[in-house]
Design a protein around this ligand. Sequence first.
Ligand SMILES: CSC[C@H]1O[C@H](OP(=O)(O)O)[C@H](O)[C@@H]1O
Length: 365
Amino acid sequence: MKVDGIPYRSIFTAADGRTVRVIDQRRLPHDFVVVDLSTRDEAAVAIRDMWVRGAPLIGATAAYGMALQMRTDPSDAGLDEAWRVLNATRPTAVNLRWALDVMAAVLRPLPPAEREAAAYARAAAIADEDVAINRAIGEAGVALIEAVAARKGGGPVNILTHCNAGWLATVDWGTATAPIYMARERGVDVHVWVDETRPRNQGASLTAWELAGHGVPHTLVVDNAGGHLMQHGKVDLVIVGTDRTTARGDVCNKIGTYLKALAAHDNGVPFHVALPSPTIDWTVSDGLAEIPIEERSGEEVGWVWGRTAAGEVTRVRIAPEASGLGNPAFDVTPARLVTGLITERGLCAASPEGLASLFPERAGR
Ligand SMILES: CSC[C@H]1O[C@H](OP(=O)(O)O)[C@H](O)[C@@H]1O
């Protein structure tokens, strides 16, 4: 996407073709800062500490982290160590393991001397594939938005989204935002309700920033407003992303997504999940029982970051020192609450049959 008119991806290589460059998303929306990752461990820290975040971008960063490893130690031991270190950064987004497995499958059969070049080539391909997948998700999902616009016969299509499943969560386009960007580019009147998404406020600091930069009308709301908006007919569609979706269509996504799905179900609002196929975990079925939910530091709950009136970006404590702080980072929305999945191969039901209809080569393996 463009930032001040300049095209960007969220991750790319520098002119040397080896240094990896990422947008430090902790600094947004106040400062746009691109940082260099020069080692495997720097890539690992960037994922763990959420300089980069979002399932597809986590996968792409891990792939480049493996390539950075191959620069310094392309041995089998080095490959195994990189897989272990990078896979340990965050537990929930399945794209991380998927990308590392893709890289290992390419690299392991090669002699060490050939691994660096092959690693960068495959990491670049993962990034390019992500962009193509998300563009296709946009093309599949925009039809949903256009259908609502036609039915309404006027006024904006009001879409609620949670967290950031935008171009910053992927290499480009985003998943949940791809249909929105495409609708905007096709002249469809859209408006987005942006959940701030506590505790790290990916909605307030990332989605709102993205949409503003792309000229998409939007309104930032607190996480707890979504149900009220739906009760009053102010939401036509909910579109969210996912970090891991099971073979039967259970959707793991940022904490609070399940509550939006409940409100949508109660109010008859379609609840759609933008789902790139690398985010499908074909090895699990019961999301509640089988998906590991990341528990992040309570510091993220007890403190908030912002910019003071004097312009200083700092954090302030919002909870008593004596309070316990809990921070589960994701929840699981059962397939029964999901109206449909938007994939790069089209729309399908959140069911084994739905996924098998689009991905017959994967289902049931
Ligand atoms: C397109 S995946 C985006 C997904 O990732 C976010 O989690 P995090 O910011 O902690 O990496 C959130 O669940 C988004 O829906």
